[in-house]
Design a protein around this ligand. Structure first.
Ligand SMILES: NC(=O)c1ccc[n+]([C@@H]2O[C@H](COP(=O)([O-])OP(=O)(O)OC[C@H]3O[C@@H](n4cnc5c(N)ncnc54)[C@H](OP(=O)(O)O)[C@@H]3O)[C@@H](O)[C@H]2O)c1
Length: 267
């Protein structure tokens, strides 16, 4: 079966208007799947939909929703429950940085609602429909940060560790039901999220990847791997921090690196 036969007719992509999500939407549309884009900014949703329709001749629906709000998560289900969603990609997420107790609680709780609760709720729903049909795919988006301790990104790191553990566990359950689940764990990627992160990546040994390359890694791993980390450097980083050194060393390395690269006003 080709990609479209396996994961069509519709792919629903949250955060599909920017960065990695936008690239996943483009590459999936190029394979002939119709797309549902979910994000908050209407102008970007409309622009992205037109681009995908013009370039790939697929149908594109947009759902304006703030997934850090429970009622908008329900809205996404209501807007798509009459369509056969064969591929679900919950890519929307936000990052907070700094000393956790300095970050307003509401901001941190909104992160948990978007990065964890919306992902779980929508995966529970869409994977459930896929199990009924005996086929489909879910591409979850974690981060290399989810594989290791990351001081000053604590809540974000925790949310990405949740996605990693949830997704790899779900991979096994769903495989038995004909549904593919893969976790994509990108390293630093050139997107608006990184541009707004107050982290000076030039002071780290890490290099940026393009969102297009990261998206390709994720799409190609679907149905083949439980987890995919794009690129050698990112794999080495994860191997070192999670396998080679002790947890206390990994915490120290992560903390000291962040103190070098994060804008000092957040320390
Ligand atoms: N960039 C990196 O270096 C990197 C590294 C590792 C992992 N990741 C992960 O990759 C994924 C995509 O990141 P990115 O860097 O591509 O992000 P991005 O360019 O900032 O795009 C985020 C997308 O999510 C949408 N979004 C944000 N808040 C939302 C909300 N409350 N409700 C609904 N949609 C919302 C945004 O649209 P609106 O603002 O219009 O809502 C946008 O479409 C995330 O899961 C991130 O954790 C990124």
């Amino acid at each position: 079966m080709n990609f479209k036969e396996k994961y069509g007719a519709w792919a629903l992509i949250t955060g599909g208007t920017s960065g990695i999500g936008a690239e996943i939407a483009t590459q999936v549309a190029a394979k002939g799947l119709n797309i549902i884009l979910v994000a908050r900014r209407l102008n970007l949703l409309e622009e992205s939909a037109k681009k995908l329709e013009d370039a790939h001749g697929v149908l594109v629906k947009i759902v304006q929703a703030d997934l850090s709000k429970q009622e908008d998560i329900t809205k996404v289900i209501a807007a798509s429950n009459h369509l056969e969603i064969g591929l679900f990609v919950p890519c929307a997420a936000v990052e907070t940085h700094g000393v956790t107790t300095n970050i307003p609680l509401e901001k941190e709780l909104a992160l948990i609602q978007l990065n964890i609760t919306s992902v779980f709720t929508l995966t529970h729903y869409f994977a459930g429909r896929m199990v009924e049909r005996g086929c489909g795919g879910v591409l979850l988006v974690s981060s290399i940060i989810g594989h290791m301790p990351n001081p000053y990104l604590s809540n974000y790191a925790g949310s990405k560790a949740y996605i990693l553990n949830f997704g790899t566990s779900l991979h096994w359950e769903m495989k038995k039901k004909g549904v593919d689940v893969t976790v994509l764990s990108p390293g630093p990627t050139e997107t608006p999220m990184m541009e707004n992160s107050d982290i000076d990546m030039s002071k780290t040994p890490m290099t940026f990847q393009s969102p297009a390359l990261v998206a390709t890694y994720g799409i190609e791993a679907l149905g083949k791997k439980a987890v995919v980390i794009p690129g050698f450097k990112n794999n080495m980083m994860v191997f070192m921090a999670s396998r080679l050194v002790s947890t206390s060393t990994a915490i120290k390395m992560g903390g000291e690196m962040m103190e070098k690269v994060l804008n000092p006003r957040y320390l």
